[in-house]
Design a protein around this ligand. Structure first.
Ligand SMILES: [Zn+2]
Ligand SMILES: [Zn+2]
Length: 306
């Protein structure tokens, strides 16, 4: 009788575990689909709002968008067949061994997931700072900063070298923090939408200043895209503006009229650096941008693009 009882209990536990695993994989799949669709929905929405505010036919708008989106298409294809699969495998590996602070604490998902998202946002602040401080990282990151006509599509303008490096360096962080796949997918979705929002040309007036108390806004991030060194090396946050306040890298223009008039990098302004080929070659260009504190270590030899 007790054998039958034990067998029955064992069957129930197995049944329950299978149900939990099934529910988890359905949730992961749903979040993965949301993560894939979010950039397109966000782009359509913010592009439309920008059009309502600034008009559909801003000079060179479609050409500018086409170039940035082509870069994104290449990046997406490379990421899908490389780092994406590796990241999921690493998380599953850490999950199977119960590694990482958030797993050790055994706190409920309702707390662990938001905490994980906030910690990943902090990591992104640090990673962004390093991109401005370490010369080799800046070479790749300057592709993003070389956009002279910032709008929602600038949020897609990253060199594949930066994206791969960012994803590789994040792997140990995911293990140490004990971040699960749902947390990572929610963070990435939020990050994509927030990045689109704060690169947009939306003019929010006083609402922008109010939102800056909590999140990164278009006015705040526009300062980061100024060609002036002190301004470029500020406002590194991605989602929460908190990190720039805590680490004293927060810069704000009191008046919207004092917002940077020009954006981009002085040495990458010409049209050949704005093409797809120009963007892909930017990290390897032998010029100094004058915005990186360590830029003296780059070869300051002038080129025809200066
Ligand atoms: Zn930057
Ligand atoms: Zn940016």
């Amino acid at each position: 009788m007790s054998t039958v009882g034990n067998t029955r209990t064992g069957y129930d536990v197995q049944h329950l575990q299978n149900a939990v695993l099934r529910r988890r994989s359905v949730t992961d799949e749903l979040l993965q689909q949301i993560r894939m669709i979010a950039p397109i929905l966000g782009l359509v929405l913010i592009w439309s709002l920008e059009s309502v505010q600034s008009g559909w036919l801003r000079s060179g708008r479609l050409r500018h968008a086409g170039r940035n989106l082509m870069l994104w298409a290449i990046n997406t294809a490379v990421v899908l067949v490389t780092i994406s699969t590796l990241t999921v495998s690493v998380i599953q590996w850490a999950d199977g061994r119960h590694l990482g602070v958030l797993r050790w604490l055994q706190i409920p998902d309702v707390i662990a997931v938001p905490v994980g998202i906030v910690l990943l946002d902090l990591w992104m602040w640090l990673w962004h700072l390093l991109n401005h401080r370490i010369p080799i990282l800046w070479r790749f990151h300057r592709v993003h900063h070389s956009d002279i006509d910032m709008d929602v599509t600038t949020s897609f303008r990253f060199h594949i070298g930066e994206i791969l490096c960012s994803a590789f360096c994040r792997l140990p962080v995911l293990i140490i923090l004990g971040v699960g796949l749902p947390t990572l997918l929610l963070h990435e979705t939020l990050l994509v939408l927030m990045t689109q929002f704060h690169h947009s040309r939306l003019k929010l007036g006083r609402l922008d200043s109010l939102l800056q108390c909590l999140i990164v806004t278009p006015d705040m991030h526009r300062i980061h895209h100024s060609p002036i060194r002190d301004l470029t090396n500020s406002n590194y946050s991605s989602i929460l503006s908190l990190w720039d306040r805590v680490f004293a890298t927060f810069r704000v223009c009191k008046e919207s009229s004092s917002q940077p008039a020009e954006l981009g990098l002085a040495v990458f302004r010409s049209d050949n650096w704005q093409t797809l080929s120009g963007m892909l070659q930017t990290p390897f260009a032998d010029v100094t941008t004058g915005t990186n504190p360590s830029s003296d270590s780059l070869n300051a030899k002038s080129s025809e693009h200066l």
